[in-house]
Design a protein around this ligand. Structure first.
Ligand code: PAF
Length: 274
């Protein structure tokens, strides 16, 4: 496996290949990321992981400075997973000037849910993902379904810009108790880690109610939020939405339930397709 830090070295490493399959990440990798690498491997003639903590997608009060940077350990894991090439640029390499051109995703998809609570988040994600797909010459790209809305936004960006990239979503990996694997789980104290599967449990209860035919989404969502609050969480949202565009559901829509909530100082997100 080769590790490159510059755009020039990336271009040299990619020169012999025609179909890079790319897994963009911010590092601090866990089994969920490595499963995305496994998904990417058969899709291309070279498997590329990018590791870049993207300042543009962090708000002023977010954890940009403290986000774990674990490049050596990440490379060991990627090597063992059979990744061929890692692109880990510095900020000045990827953003040599202030980024004047940015990608602003449409409000109805990007200013709801995560976008409502993290203003500018999807603009930051889209801008860096467009750059990463472009400089890796991605023909396939794999993103985790744990970031469900992010996957929707990226798919729509790729479609609307006619990028020659096949976007795939990888299933969420979970601990035996149901906690979705996430880089931010490492922020949880041992007591919070014990409690953290409650987020998945709240979603599972909501999904079950929806599956059984209940359509009073407002009451179901409120009950899920109350239950989380009673257990010490600060929920941002717990909602049932339609899978296709994350808008309020109509009869017959395929649904997804999504949640974001804070446990102590850690904000976790999760979702379940119904
Ligand atoms: O999901 C992530 O890790 C990030 O949002 C991504 C897609 C790598 C963009 O920085």
């Amino acid at each position: 496996m080769q590790l490159v830090h510059t755009l020039a070295d990336l271009q040299s490493a990619l020169a012999p290949y025609h179909h890079p399959a790319v897994v963009p990440t911010m590092g601090n990798l866990h089994e969920g990321h490595l499963a995305l690498v496994q998904l990417a491997k058969p899709l291309g003639d070279i498997t590329v992981a990018t590791i870049f903590v993207n300042r543009l997608q962090f708000g002023p009060k977010d954890d940009f400075d403290t986000y774990p940077r674990t490049l050596a350990a990440d490379c060991d894991k990627l090597h063992a997973a059979g990744c061929d090439l890692v692109f880990a640029p510095s900020e000045t390499e990827l953003f040599p000037q202030t980024q004047g051109f940015t990608v602003t995703p449409p409000d109805q998809l990007a200013n709801i849910l995560e976008g409502e609570f993290r203003p500018g988040f999807f603009k930051g994600v889209c801008t860096v993902v467009l750059k990463l797909l472009s400089c890796t010459h991605a023909r396939s790209a794999v993103f985790g379904k744990k970031d469900y809305q992010q996957l929707k936004v990226i798919r729509q960006m790729v479609r609307q810009f006619n990028l020659p990239v096949n976007v795939l979503g990888g299933e969420t990996l979970r601990s035996p108790e149901g906690l979705a694997l996430s880089s931010r789980n490492s922020y949880l104290s041992p007591a919070e880690r014990e409690q953290a599967p409650q987020l998945h449990a709240a979603l599972a209860t909501l999904a079950q109610a929806v599956r059984s035919g209940s359509t009073d989404f407002a009451s179901l969502q409120e009950a899920a939020m109350q239950s989380l609050r009673r257990q010490g969480w600060l929920p941002d949202y717990v909602v049932a939405r339609r899978q296709s565009d994350l808008q309020e559901p109509q009869a017959g829509d395929a649904l997804v339930v999504l949640a974001a909530a804070r446990l102590g100082t850690t904000r976790l997100i999760d979702n379940l397709e119904v």
